[in-house]
Design a protein around this ligand. Structure first.
Ligand code: IVH
Length: 695
């Protein structure tokens, strides 16, 4: 064993080497050592850090691998608000923008033209060359502190080196998911039966809000920085500052270009409208910014955005390809969705093989035929849309498309409801995808939140005859599950526990979970708070139903139809007998014991989920807070409460309750009284706005 001094020297040297090679690999794209050598250095560092915890450093390159602790995101006020940009899709408007600024400046002006990266905005604060905080945009004034997650993104430097680094500054940019990472992630999710991300932007934003930084570390996020703010930035123009930032270790776009006059700006746009298609990450436009800070100051801001910048957005990309065949999918409500199978074609960075066709009317309106060359476009959804047919390429022997008349799964004749464009299979009780779909919907997080059961396990249970409907879930025993292939004893116990816990799920979510056609999460909430019990809801006639908020003709009919079916009534009675909540409002007061109290919930719990604890707090009159502050009354802490929260709570002298103490408190047998901590008010953040503070 080495002595502590030697360990420290080696740790420091390893950190330096790893930071250097990380930057070479991820930022400069010119690695000097192999992945194997890099991993060996990292392993050695982690080994030493584990042996010598006294030398731990929150910015050690080992934080890149993340942690599996559950994070919560404190809200943080932005020192400089995070504004948005005004948008245009028109070259004329863009030209007018450039010319207006030139008129105001009374001379030809320098514009920095940049790509508009399609991800999620982040603001990074550095002090003394070290990353201290990473905050999301939030509402522009306040965002979420996602520092632990951001530290796992390898293109973001943890420590800076170089010249002219201000003592403190903020740098902002876009965290995005390159196409390769996105495709890999969705492929993994598909294999695991998890919901897919609609596009790389959603995937990036969703990943950044992950509770475990180790998950973030694996998802391959990237970040390009495009804007600086601070009181003493080294230069008086945007590009010079960003070039300096690049030299300190940040990834700054190599495609940022200085343009003069509208002509050069338009050339830049036209070039990138095409060239962006071969970039490995998503972009949705170009951002044009005045380069010179003095001119920016004269131009100033509107309430929402700077007058010195504008975003030109590209139109959605489309591609032409052949329609090979059409499949018909049957959803949980029996709705039929036609899906086109296409000859694979590259569109906005990913290969497209399937596209949505919506319904029979749309197919007829566009006169789409098998064998046609069709235009596909990507909107915000996972599946692209067919937007038209290239008639000049139609085969002479093509025939109009004939929509199906019977369910492709069970053969029942399809029906159409008035005012609905979709066809439906009415065989709810006997059509396999509908039965499975209903069970999968029931266990969803937003409904009964039965963890551990995924689409695949549901199918397995269904195939083995262990469940035939949602009520059967409550008859399952761990021993039934343990015999299934690929399911160990531990996962079986987990499933049984979470089925048990679902009995506490409030009425509104049960109502959503049972899957009445057209009754979404919000409608279920309104109905639950209007009728207060399933019995009252079942007794309501059409007129009474429509008295609930958001319930119109269509929903009222669907509710009546649902309760008219004796099969559904039998399921509800079995669920009721199993102990599910069929009455009570989610927000209905259980007591006033927490009246006026601000409560923070942190960590993992055993009897309740975190959301259930939060719901209990509300039911007893309290208010949930996301971060610890001086007006927090107490904290309900489970296992692994975040250390930052703990420290802050201790500093402010705030009472911490265990799960047990909390349940005793709301049961009215409190042994611990939660007294508001007496603390001094924190000083309002000093808002210094000096010369170079620009955003
Ligand atoms: S500058 C005050 N530059 O677009 C101006 N934004 O609505 C601050 N974005 O929220 C933004 N690429 O997330 C800027 N090169 C770029 C950008 C960019 C993408 C995003 C950013 C912002 C949104 C503007």
């Amino acid at each position: 064993m080495m002595d502590s001094k030697e360990a420290r020297v080696e740790i420091e040297s390893l950190r330096e080497q790893l930071n250097y090679h990380n930057n070479k690999y991820y930022v400069d794209n010119s690695p000097e050592i192999s992945d194997f050598e890099f991993d060996a250095l990292m392993r050695r560092l982690m080994e030493l850090e584990a042996q010598y915890p006294e030398f731990s450093d929150p910015l050690s390159p080992s934080v890149r691998v993340g942690s599996d602790r559950t994070a919560e995101f404190a809200s943080v006020a932005h020192r400089y608000p995070m504004l948005s940009l005004s948008n245009t899709y028109s070259i004329e408007e863009l030209t007018a923008f450039v010319e207006r600024i030139e008129r105001e400046a009374e001379q030809q002006t320098e514009f920095a033209c940049e790509l508009k990266f399609d991800g999620t905005a982040i603001s990074l604060t550095y002090e003394d060359g070290r990353l201290v905080r990473a905050v999301t945009r939030g509402d522009g004034a306040t965002g979420d502190d996602v520092t632990a997650n951001v530290k796992t993104i390898r293109t973001i430097p943890l420590t800076l080196s170089g010249e002219n680094i201000p003592k403190m500054f903020e740098i902002r940019g876009e965290i995005f998911m390159p196409y390769a990472s996105f495709d890999r992630l969705n492929a993994e999710r598909e294999a695991a039966g998890e919901q897919l991300f609609a596009n790389p932007r959603n995937a990036a934003a969703g990943t950044l809000k992950q509770q475990q930084s180790a998950v973030v570390a694996k998802r391959g996020l990237d970040c390009i920085l495009y804007q600086m703010a601070g009181d003493n930035l080294p230069f008086s123009s945007h590009i010079e500052n960003l070039e300096a930032a690049r030299s300190w270790g940040f990834k700054v776009s190599e495609y940022m270009t200085l343009c003069r006059g509208a002509k050069e700006v338009v050339e830049y746009i036209n070039h990138w409208d095409q060239a962006r298609k071969s970039l490995p990450y998503p972009t949705d436009g170009v951002v044009i910014k005045v380069n010179n800070f003095a001119l920016r100051r004269t131009l100033g801001f509107t309430a929402k955005s700077p007058r010195w910048a504008v975003a030109y957005k590209f139109k959605a990309e489309s591609a032409l390809t052949k329609l090979l065949s059409v499949d018909f999918q049957v959803g949980r409500t029996g709705a039929i969705t036609p899906v086109a199978n296409l000859e694979p074609v590259l569109l906005a960075g990913t290969t497209v093989k399937r596209a949505s066709l919506h319904n029979a009317e749309q197919i007829a309106a566009l006169d789409i035929r098998i064998g046609d060359m069709v235009y596909v476009e990507k909107g915000g959804e996972i599946i692209p849309k067919i937007t038209g047919v290239e008639l000049s390429e139609r085969c002479t022997d093509s025939a109009p498309f004939e929509y199906i008349t019977h369910c492709p799964e069970c053969g029942t004749e399809l029906v159409r409801f008035e005012g609905e464009a979709k066809h439906y299979c009415p065989n709810q009780g006997g059509c396999r995808p509908q039965i499975l779909g209903r069970i999968i919907h029931f266990i969803r997080r937003k409904a009964m939140n039965i963890d551990g059961l995924g689409a695949e396990t549901v199918e397995l249970l269904f195939n083995s005859g262990l469940i035939a409907d949602i009520a059967d879930l409550y008859t399952l025993r761990a021993t039934d599950l343990a015999v299934l292939p690929r399911l160990g004893e531990k996962s079986a116990d987990n499933i049984i526990n979470s089925i048990e816990a679902s009995k506490a799920v409030p009425f509104a979510r049960v109502l959503f979970g049972i899957g009445i056609r057209f009754v979404g999460e919000t409608t279920a909430k309104y109905m639950a708070s209007h009728f207060k019990s399933i019995d009252a809801l079942m007794a309501a006639d059409k007129q009474a139903l429509q008295e609930a908020e958001e319930v119109g003709d269509k929903i009222a009919d669907a509710v009546l139809e649902y309760f008219a079916d004796p099969v559904n009534i039998a399921i509800i009675e079995r669920l009721r007998a199993a102990g599910l909540q069929f009455e009570g409002e989610q927000t209905e007061r259980a007591s006033d014991i927490l009246e006026g109290k601000n409560v923070v919930v942190s960590g993992k719990f055993t009897t309740y989920s975190r959301d259930e604890i939060k719901a209990l707090i509300e039911q007893h009159g309290g208010k949930n807070q996301s971060g610890v502050s001086s007006n927090t009354d107490f904290i309900v802490a489970g296992e692994n409460m975040g250390p930052a929260k703990l420290q802050k709570a201790e500093k402010l002298g705030i009472t911490i309750l265990s799960e047990q103490q909390f349940t005793e408190l709301i049961a009215g047998v409190a042994t611990t009284t939660a007294t508001p901590a007496e603390v001094e008010q924190p000083k309002a953040a000093e808002q210094q706005v000096t010369q170079t503070t620009l955003f």
